[in-house]
Design a protein. Structure first.
Lengths: 294, 344, 338
């Protein structure tokens, strides 16, 4: 009378782990992206150990030098070691973009889930605000915020987070609406669970993977926006090294030493590239068309 | 009346030893394994079975619609009008699909293109296969819509699928399938998504069309009641095998394979009181973990030793007629001889 | 007859739908248009009908998963419609629901044991340890291994998921279960397993059921009393054997005759089965069934028939049974099946 003959013998893993595994197994580039990104983070953390020079130390006699044994990537107009500035600049770029995207992910998801779950006027009002924010290109919105609040690390974080909240709200809202219609949410209501419990325990875990994928893709955008704002002088104040700032400084002396701009550009390219590889792989893995669970 | 097994009548479709396999996790698994049957002119053959038994795959294999990337179709032959469909190049196959052999699907909502008028969609096959002019095509398409009894067909010719109900959309699908006067129609669960009163109407329409034309039909379904309502002959499938094949009256009167019998006893009936319902224990084994021997053995009350080792052949019963069964216990086998043979 | 467990009176539920392009209009769909029935303790009551007849809406409105627009729902003498949040929480323990689709009824991101224990913990009925033990008992009760709780839903087959859905409905020891097409999505052999399980549970736990189904065979096997619905209204109600042997309403006759029977000797031409269910947005005047009815009279086109008691147990909404009329021709009710 029972049909337990076919209960699977293997140990049970969380479907989330399955998805992650699938992302790395099906597409080798996902792993490449992840490894590069993790290496960059490690390098940024270990910057004080790895940097051959003080990034702020000026060497007047060695200005605008090309690569050499002493200065691997050369020096800038103040004679500062580019490699060291790159390593320290990674910290600034990563801290700003990670914090901003983290903030945007949390706030955006909360807004999206609430809008999707309750629907009606709440949905309309929240998403209307999101649409207004979304109407500004990321760079312009960042520009307005930083121009209003003044350039500083915190304001840069706020500016980038603000531009990234609407996409996260949208990303979280769509699966929320789909999941809300599922029978198990109705079962939760029939069992007498309150809204907060349903949202946190039953909706959120089903939205999480989509939000995380979005996060990895937007992290790349955040790094680009941070660099762009720094490039036009709205980033962290000099002499602190940041990649965008370094490109601008290099730009002023591009005829004397190409390396000044090329090095930070390549660093940005590498991070964005690795994050896109990672994000694309993850996105394919959670694509409903290829998902094994419903 | 049809004469299954009558050698003088040339079958319209003759499938011999058809095997369809899929690659799952790097290994090939047979979803349909070595099935053979012949479809007689003007016959309705029902393929019955539960999900995963291979009944839909059989239809897709005949039409060459199994995805080539991870699917593989092998057969001794699939003979239709002197051609072997299993060896036909794509180009030739396209001329047969929708022309000589056409298909009706389960979901009338997704099988019609939502942005084209239904009349146009019915006409398309005529224009493509029979190179009809626009005027002739329209005339014939309208005839077809009237044939499938779409009320005020003329005024609805230019309407879009979303303006049709589920039942009406299925009628349009049938009109499209009939457009080129095919010899064979493959109907894959065409009434499963419909309400019972609509299902009854579609079934009686198919019965009428069959009486009026000389088409043959392979009707794929899981519903034994529907089988009883329209089939001439029935093939019961389980886990990729045909386990029993017989005329519809023989099958329901003398279900012989333990699976067929159990299936019939598991259906709650609307025409009589059922005190206790029979339950087949367990579930169909997944494709990747098919057991040795008879695939039904693990769920079978009659299973004996040999069932678990060796898959029985499909053998005709001695009682006369063309009733064949794939079973060591119920089939016509001399088990003692088998046993000695196995021991050698 | 003893006090019924559930008593529904004149229940109505309307939906507002915006339709049309480019000038959308708000139209009202009368999904439930005043239905009344009672369910006795330990009884399986069937709501039968084709898609769009309102049977699923009825199930959800009774549990107040949808808010009723009109009418009363009394559960064990208590008015569910007027219950406040706290009373509702208590009532939720006593009435549960089982769904049709085994693939959407379980949270894919939650181990089934956690999901089954959750209601026990939320209602503060027992501690973690005790709840785990209860979950193991429940799994065994629905025919699954006691240690299946560590798994995720995708590791189970359709039939097993349906068992899990039943286990969840049983966690709080309910008295009434609303089963919304619980076996329609399942294969024949699995369907009979689930039906057998449900009947076994009904008898052992003295459960009442509202069994929503379009499959007359399943209803005949599982239920004692049935109501047939058409476009938001109940058109016939009575004991299951009587309705099958001698249906009164022409629509019930049509439904019965359209239901395929696994018996080729009883093959029918399905002659009298015509037309389709009209749109609930704009139902026909008078009796909603009149455009498809083989016995239509003038009065049917104008007046919706009263729901009249034909005898102590049976009622029907059809002008054929109004005073002075004899009902359906005898040949038809005693029709040819079986």
């Amino acid at each position: 009378m029972t049909d337990h003959v076919d209960v699977l013998p293997e140990a049970s893993r969380h479907p989330f782990i399955d998805q992650l595994q699938k992302a790395f197994r099906n597409n080798k580039l996902t792993g490449v992206g992840a490894v590069i990104f993790v290496l960059i983070i490690l390098v940024a953390i270990a910057a004080p150990l790895l940097a051959p020079h003080d990034p702020l130390q000026q060497h007047i006699i060695a200005r605008l030098k090309g690569p050499s044994a002493e200065y691997w990537f050369g020096t800038d107009a103040y004679g500062r070691d580019i490699l060291s500035r790159l390593l320290y600049g990674a910290r600034v770029s990563l801290v700003i973009s990670l914090t901003a995207i983290g903030l945007a992910m949390v706030i955006g998801s909360i807004i999206g889930i609430i809008a999707g779950y309750f629907g009606g006027m709440i949905d309309l009002a929240l998403m209307q605000v999101m649409d207004v924010l979304l109407a500004f290109p990321a760079l312009i919105l960042g520009l307005i915020v930083v121009a209003m609040l003044g350039p500083s690390m915190e304001n840069l974080i706020i500016a980038i987070a603000l531009t990234a909240i609407p996409p996260f709200a949208r990303t979280a809202r769509a699966p929320t609406i789909a999941v809300k219609e599922r029978d198990y949410i109705e079962a939760c209501r029939a069992l007498g669970f309150g809204h907060p419990r349903i949202i946190v325990r039953h909706i959120f875990p089903n939205v999480l993977s989509e939000v995380l994928v979005m996060g990895s893709l937007w992290l790349a955008t955040a790094i680009r926006v941070e660099a762009s704002l720094s490039f036009i002088g709205l980033g962290v104040k000099p002499p602190t090294a940041s990649w965008g700032g370094m490109i601008r400084e290099g730009f002023e002396n591009i005829l004397d030493n190409v390396w000044l701009s090329v090095c930070p550009s390549m660093a940005i390219l590498l991070v964005v590239f690795s994050l896109n590889l990672l994000g694309d792989g993850l996105r394919d893995a959670i694509d409903p068309k290829t998902r094994s669970d419903s | 009346m049809i004469h299954p097994g009558n050698p003088r009548v040339e079958p319209v479709l003759d499938v011999s030893n058809l095997t369809t396999s899929f690659r799952i996790g790097g290994e090939w698994h047979a979803a349909v394994r070595g099935i053979s049957f012949a479809l007689q002119p003007n016959e309705t053959l029902a393929l019955v079975g539960e999900s995963g038994c291979g009944k839909s795959m059989t239809a897709l294999s005949i039409l060459g619609l199994v995805p080539k990337t991870n699917g593989r179709v092998e057969a001794d032959h699939i003979r239709y009008e002197g051609k072997d469909l299993s060896r036909l190049p794509d180009e030739e196959m396209r001329k047969i699909r929708g022309n000589g052999i056409s298909m009706i699907f389960q979901e009338p909502m997704t099988s019609l293109n939502p942005v084209l008028p239904v009349g146009f969609q019915v006409m398309e096959a005529l224009r493509y296969h029979q190179k009809m002019s626009r005027g002739d095509g329209e005339k014939r398409a309208l005839e077809l819509l009237e044939l499938v009894k779409i009320p005020s067909a003329k005024s609805r010719f230019k309407e879009y699928p979303h303006q049709f109900s589920g039942g009406m959309r299925q009628r349009v699908m049938i009109a499209m399938a009939l457009a080129c006067r095919p010899k064979v129609i493959l109907a894959d669960e065409p009434t499963t998504a419909l309400d019972v009163t609509i299902q009854a109407q579609i079934l009686s329409l198919l019965n009428e069309l069959k009486a009026e034309t000389d088409m043959s039909m392979i009707f794929i379904t899981h519903n034994l009641g529907v089988v009883a309502a329209l089939a001439d002959r029935v093939a019961v499938m389980y886990a990729g095998d045909i386990v029993e094949i017989a005329s519809v009256n023989d099958l329901f009167a003398r279900p012989t394979h333990p699976y067929t019998e159990a299936l019939l006893r598991s259906v709650p009936r609307s025409d009589r009181d059922t005190k206790t319902l029979y339950s087949i224990p367990g579930a169909v084994p997944p494709l990747t973990r098919m057991p040795e021997g008879c695939r039904f053995a693990a769920r079978c009350e009659l299973a004996i030793d040999i069932c678990r080792r060796q898959n029985p052949p499909l053998e005709t019963l001695p009682a006369g007629g063309a009733h064949s069964v794939r079973c060591w216990v119920r089939g016509d086998h001399d088990l003692t001889a088998m046993k000695e043979h196995a021991d050698v | 007859m003893s006090e019924p467990l559930l008593s529904v009176k004149n229940l109505k539920k309307f939906f507002q739908v915006r339709k049309g392009f480019p000038n959308p209009k708000t139209v009202t769909v009368r999904a439930l248009d005043g239905i009344s029935f009672e369910v006795q303790r330990g009884q399986a009551f069937a709501l039968v009908g084709e898609s769009g007849c309102g049977k699923s809406t009825a199930g959800r409105t009774i549990l107040r998963l949808l808010e009723p627009d009109e009418g009363t729902i009394e559960f064990d003498g208590q008015d569910i419609g007027k219950a406040d949040a706290k009373q509702m929480r208590a009532l939720r323990k006593r009435a549960q629901i089982i769904f049709q689709d085994p693939f959407s009824s379980l949270n894919p991101r939650m181990r089934v044991g956690t999901a089954l224990a959750e209601p026990l913990l939320v209602h503060g009925l027992m501690g973690k340890k005790e709840a785990d033990e209860r979950v193991r008992d429940l799994l065994e009760e629905v025919g699954l291994p006691r240690d299946a709780g560590v798994r995720f839903p995708h590791e189970f087959s359709g039939g097993q998921r349906q068992r899990l859905g039943i286990a969840r409905a049983l966690t709080l020891n309910p008295e009434l279960i609303i089963a919304d097409e619980p076996v329609s999505a399942l294969d024949v052999s699995i369907q009979s397993q689930i039906l057998t399980l449900l009947r076994d549970l009904q008898q052992r736990l003295n459960l009442s059921f509202i069994f929503i189904s379009h499959d007359l065979g399943v209803v005949r096997y599982f239920c004692q009393v049935m109501a047939v619905m058409y476009l938001g209204k109940i058109i016939e109600k009575g004991p299951v054997p009587k309705i099958f042997d001698e249906p009164l309403h022409p629509y019930t006759v049509m439904l019965r005759d359209a239901s395929p029977v696994p018996d080729p000797t009883a093959r029918k031409a399905f002659e009298r089965i015509e037309g389709e269910v009209p749109s609930a947005v704009n139902p026909p005047s008078g009796c909603h069934f009149h455009p498809r009815c083989p016995h239509v009279m003038d009065v049917c086109r104008k007046v919706y028939p009263d729901f009249i008691a034909v005898d102590a147990e049976r009622s029907v909404a059809c002008h054929l049974y109004a005073d002075g009329r004899g009902g359906l021709p005898v040949a038809e009710t005693a029709a040819a099946i079986g």
